[in-house]
Ligand binder design. Structure first.
Ligand code: SAM
Length: 253
């Protein structure tokens, strides 16, 4: 697998939380009244010593009552770690998910929410998760299907930015392949799909999402072309419908 996925993640996340924040904002237009983080929070096997790898801006922990947990949040991005330090009661450690600075069998639960597809070698991180989990400890991993947000992937090529597709920037750790990846290090693998699509009534949040995917920002002309394309579909259909395909994979060490 070419070593390009990590490079993209570095350019996306190292110095800013804005790209992730723009993407999370689009999911506010979900057709499921229960948002992703609430849905996930209700299913997390979180107990005792909990590690979240690639924790981003820490939004999950605004949906989980973590007062009784011993919570460690990690991310390789200095910008994300600065934000994570605002999560009450959490220990924050900046590190790569493939080289965790924790002894064997430290944690009861490890969570990796929408981050394994950014790695050049997702198996290396899964081996680390298995190492730092105690025997019987629980893993919770979220990822997306290959058809996730497919409608967004057509916008980049249509405005002269063919590289703006998920296939170009993410590895093959998907809803389809993820369970087999996890089963190499864990037992009792389960998969549950989050039932939700997006119905977006305005162009701007979609333009911001597409812009957030780019290592080089859209030009004003490309942004205007995207806005026109998206608005024409909203004018015809009342909203821009985008299919989602996110799953939670759980397993036992
Ligand atoms: C799509 S965001 C998800 C963030 C958070 N889990 C959420 O769901 O809101 C991916 C996160 O993984 C982090 N990340 C990417 N590659 C990483 C790596 N190799 N080690 C640690 N963190 C990484 C990024 O900095 C980013 O915060």
């Amino acid at each position: 697998m070419p070593a390009r996925f990590r490079a993209h993640a570095v350019s996306q996340y190292t110095t800013t939380t804005a790209n992730l924040t723009a993407r999370i904002a689009l999911h506010g237009y979900g057709t499921n009244p229960q948002d992703w983080f609430s849905w996930l929070a209700g299913r997390l096997p979180a107990a005792g010593h909990v590690l979240e790898a690639g924790a981003g801006t820490g939004v999950l922990w605004t949906h989980v009552d973590h007062a009784g947990l011993d919570l460690t949040l990690t991310d390789f991005s200095p910008a994300m770690c600065a934000q994570l330090r605002t999560v009450p009661g959490a220990r924050v450690v900046r590190c790569d998910a493939t080289a965790l600075p924790f002894p064997d069998a430290t944690f009861d639960t490890v969570i990796a929410n929408h981050m394994l597809y950014h790695l050049d070698d997702p198996s290396a991180a899964l081996r680390e998760f298995a190492r730092v989990l105690r025997r019987g400890g629980r893993l919770a991993v979220a990822t997306n299907g290959t058809d996730h947000l497919r409608e967004l992937g057509t916008i980049g090529p249509a405005i002269g930015r063919p590289g703006l597709t998920f296939g170009a920037t993410n590895n093959d750790f998907t809803a389809e392949t993820g369970p087999a990846y996890v089963a190499r290090c864990f037992s009792g693998v389960t998969v549950e799909r989050y039932p939700c699509d997006l119905d977006v009534p305005a162009a701007e949040p979609i333009v911001a999402y597409v812009d957030s995917m780019a290592d080089e920002p859209l030009t004003p002309q490309q942004r205007a072309a995207a806005r026109t394309l998206i608005q024409s579909r909203i004018d015809a259909a009342g909203s821009y419908h985008i299919r989602k395909h996110s799953v939670l994979i759980t397993a036992t060490r």
